[in-house]
Design a protein. Structure first.
Lengths: 251, 281
């Protein structure tokens, strides 16, 4: 089963800089929540706190009813980094399998996952032999290979071209129907957030504070036709309004 | 004017016929390049050598002719071989221990950062102490023994290994380290699968320094304290005005040192993921 995420009064300082200012957020089990906001607003920091890569200065995060460190030890977490975390000497298929070897969990068959991400025929290649977008797709596959219950994704599709971005977005939308997971998803792409997420958390410019939590009033999964839907248009416009009104340019 | 065959198959045939000719030319050029790469350095060294003899007007026991040195290498081969084996023994053991100490300390510092604060000042002090002083103490303590000579080689050799390995172990991509942490990998798994492979190119370049250095330092140690080894031959030859022998040993040592460097480099290239990475498919 997937686990809820509870973020209570989380702040984070780096030296004298306040990166996150008192963030409270409850994410239900199996819910998909996108985080949008201007660059440097602390979205990534919040994600890293949930992944137990950074400690909050004050406040706490709980995944299920335990701290992130416990979730990490129970191998509940999948963290998709913005910059690829693949190992340069490993072939794509070995890199995906490596995640399973370390976690001792066989989630997805590595070859199937790579095929789903459009990497058929590239399984035996190393990162230097692949394009930047392909490496990022291997990175996504490697990060989720053990089928974690909680997905923490930091601009996972930023390096992908528009077509692959939609394809892989669709893959996640479908996959989450079959095997629900709790997702925290950082993105700069408002349309993407509206298509994929149940709720979208809009952050202010630094120090990051939650401006508004926007509900997308249409159940998931949403197909390509959703882009023409009035709910899509209005929700996206509302988020843009929030971001631009505050002078925070969504980079 | 060049005649262009109008028939396409004929065109293809001409192209095919031209290809081996190009390849042959390529092969010849490569062979010439190889010869030049071997002959040119040898020729330049010999030319400088003869010029030095001619212009310096130094006696033959200070600067013997190359052919005389070669003759000595052949005539004294059994004598030289005995001592060469001694030198190789000191250098090899010293080289291995340099790595054990250097890599061992680097891993220790990674696992227990406090160790760096405790041990590093001592290592740097040892490093900066004049070897002659160390050698004197070692001889007083252990005399002319394998142990004292190996110790000198290790003292000279472990530091580059330590510094390079340490740097290499810190060179792992932080994103990859984050990945290992989120996956709850153990310290050993992270070390073996991420830190060590990232450190490998650094460790290899340390071997290039320490490998050839071990031979040179072993000879220097023998020269100072020993009655065996190539260093001892140089010492003895000097006293007997046998410049030819000094040169013969120097030549042999340089060759050996170069050979070790080449070997380490060759093995390193095969171990190095950075070079494996560039062979694009």
């Amino acid at each position: 089963m997937s686990e809820p995420i509870s973020i209570r009064g989380v702040t984070r300082r780096f030296g004298r800089t306040l990166a996150l200012d008192t963030v409270d957020l409850e994410v239900a089990a199996g819910e998909f929540v996108a985080l949008v906001g201007p660059s440097g607003c602390g979205k990534t920091t919040l994600l890293r706190i949930a992944a137990d890569l950074v400690a909050p200065t004050t406040g706490e995060v709980r995944i299920g009813d335990a701290p992130p460190a416990q979730a990490r030890r129970s191998r509940l977490l999948g963290f998709v980094s913005q910059r690829p975390a693949v190992l340069p000497w490993k072939r794509a298929v070995d890199d995906v399998a490596f995640t399973q070897r370390i976690t001792g969990r066989r989630g997805f068959a590595p070859a199937d996952l790579l095929r789903d991400f459009g990497l058929k025929g590239h399984e035996e290649k190393r990162p230097a032999q692949l394009s930047g977008g392909m490496v990022q797709r291997v990175n996504i596959a490697s990060a989720i290979a053990h089928d974690p219950q909680v997905l923490l994704m930091d601009e996972p599709f930023a390096a992908l071209d528009e077509m692959k971005r939609e394809e892989i977005g669709d893959w996640f939308a479908t996959e989450l129907q079959v095997r629900p997971k709790t997702v925290l998803f950082v993105t700069h792409h408002i349309d993407e957030a509206v298509i994929l997420a149940d709720r979208i958390v809009v952050f202010s410019a630094a120090p990051g504070r939650i401006l508004e939590v926007v509900q997308v009033r249409r159940p998931r999964p949403r197909g390509p036709e959703f882009r023409q839907d009035s709910v899509f248009v209005e929700t996206a416009a509302h988020i843009r309004g929030l971001l631009f009104a505050r002078g925070g340019v969504p980079a | 004017m060049i005649e262009v065959p109008s028939d396409p198959t004929q065109q293809a045939a001409t192209a095919l016929a031209a290809e081996p000719a190009i390849r042959r030319e390529d092969g010849a050029r490569r062979a010439l390049g190889l010869v030049l790469r071997i002959v040119a350095p040898l020729a330049s060294i010999l030319a400088l050598w003869y010029l030095a003899i001619y212009f310096s007007a130094l006696p033959a026991f200070v600067i013997p002719r190359p052919e005389r040195v070669l003759q000595t290498l052949v005539n004294d081969r059994s004598f030289i071989t005995v001592h060469l084996v001694e030198t190789l023994k000191v250098a090899t053991i010293g080289f291995i221990l340099s790595n054990v100490v250097g890599i061992g300390l680097a891993v220790l510092f990674l696992a227990f950062p406090i160790g760096r604060q405790i041990i590093m000042p001592a290592a740097i002090t040892l490093r900066n102490m004049p070897y002659v002083a160390l050698v004197t103490v070692l001889v007083l303590a252990f005399g002319d023994s394998l142990g004292s000579k190996v110790t000198i080689v290790v003292l000279a050799g472990f530091f580059p290994v330590l510094v390079n390995t340490s740097r290499g172990l810190q060179a792992a991509d932080p994103v990859a380290l984050d990945r290992m942490r989120v996956l709850n990998a153990s310290w050993l798994e992270t070390f073996l699968h991420v830190r060590l492979p990232y450190a490998l190119p650094f460790i290899v370049s340390a071997q290039e320094i320490t490998g050839s250095g071990s031979i040179i330092v072993a000879i220097a140690a023998e020269w100072m304290i020993s009655s065996t080894g190539l260093g001892y031959i140089i010492n003895r030859a000097m006293q007997q005005y046998r410049g030819d022998q000094v040169y013969a040993v120097a030549f042999l040592a340089a060759l050996l040192s170069f050979g070790v460097y080449a070997l380490v480099h060759f093995i390193g290239e095969r171990l190095n993921w950075q070079s494996a990475q560039t062979d694009r498919a």
